[in-house]
Design a protein around this ligand. Structure first.
Ligand SMILES: Nc1ncnc2c1ncn2[C@@H]1O[C@H](COP(=O)(O)OP(=O)(O)OP(=O)(O)O)[C@@H](O)[C@H]1O
Ligand SMILES: [Mg+2]
Length: 257
């Protein structure tokens, strides 16, 4: 096990004969920010669904910390410390920002619900929730109704509620999607900050984000691994450029700016 926190072998997912993920060998190093990139339809989200057991693989193995987790149920995966960021739809719009993080802390896979239920500990719960909000620069929004937060801040809250579950491996699917420049920069720095002491596996289309924070990149195309390496090697790889041609070529070019 050692350095490698997550490893897949021959990971494959077929949908009625269509191979969405094809024989993928993924190796994620402990402490890394590992990016999964590739053109639309490459199989990135399907990969995430396989890792979190939202989908069962057709073939292949998944090891986490050296343990075969291929047969685990989603709840077991979460208990092991693999947490996928909750979508915005999973936060409660009518509650305050602080309340949403507290709920995250009270999830079964977070700190023990019964522990927090005792009066004595409610203060600690609030304190921990505020720490998490500070970590994602949402301290000043603690008492804001979540539904009225600007979009980029909602995504930051999503990261805070994920952090509340103290993930060892955090999976982020397009954390900067739909954001303006300023929010993208803030969330990029935020991911870098919260990755300390954890491992992050993220799907990201924005190559500028990847060039700034990814330690390792795996490029998927049509379900298969096309290339792997750091940003410098992957971005110059002719196979990668070709895969992006005509689809999201602009994103690769944009990264050089
Ligand atoms: N439940 C499903 N049934 C059938 N086909 C599916 C299913 N889920 C995904 N696919 C197909 O598998 C392929 C990979 O889809 P996936 O969503 O994993 O791609 P992606 O890399 O996340 O793309 P994007 O960048 O657009 O998010 C696509 O062709 C998609 O249509
Ligand atoms: Mg996707």
């Amino acid at each position: 096990m050692g350095d490698i926190i997550l490893q897949t072998q021959g990971l494959t997912k077929e949908f009625r004969g269509f191979v969405a993920v094809n024989d993928v060998a993924l190796s994620v190093k402990r402490g890394h920010i590992h990016a999964l990139i590739g053109p639309n339809g490459a199989g990135k989200t399907t990969c995430f669904n396989l890792l979190t057991k939202f989908l069962a693989p057709t073939r292949g193995k998944i090891h986490f910390n050296g343990v075969d987790i291929t047969g685990d149920r989603p709840a077991q995966i979460a208990r092991r410390g693999i947490i996928r960021s909750f979508q915005i739809s999973a936060v409660f719009p009518h509650l305050t920002v602080l309340e949403n993080v507290r709920i995250g802390l009270q999830r079964p896979t977070g700190l023990s619900f019964h522990f927090w239920r005792s009066e004595r500990c409610l203060d600690q719960l609030n304190e921990r929730a505020r720490q998490l909000l500070d970590q994602v620069d949402l301290g000043e929004f603690a008492d804001t109704i979540t539904g009225s937060l600007p979009y980029g801040r909602k995504r930051a809250l999503e990261i805070a509620t994920t952090l509340a579950m103290d993930p060892e491996l955090m999976l982020l699917d397009e954390p900067t999607q739909g954001m303006g420049h300023e929010d993208v920069d803030r969330v990029t720095q935020l991911i870098k900050r919260v990755s300390e002491g954890r491992t992050v596996l993220m799907v990201e289309h924005n190559m500028s984000v990847i060039s700034k924070i990814a330690d390792e990149i795996t490029v998927l195309a049509r379900g298969s691994v096309l290339a792997e390496g750091d940003y410098a090697s992957v971005s110059r790889n002719p196979l990668v450029m070709e895969a992006y041609m005509g689809t999201t070529q602009g994103e690769l070019e944009g990264a050089h700016a």
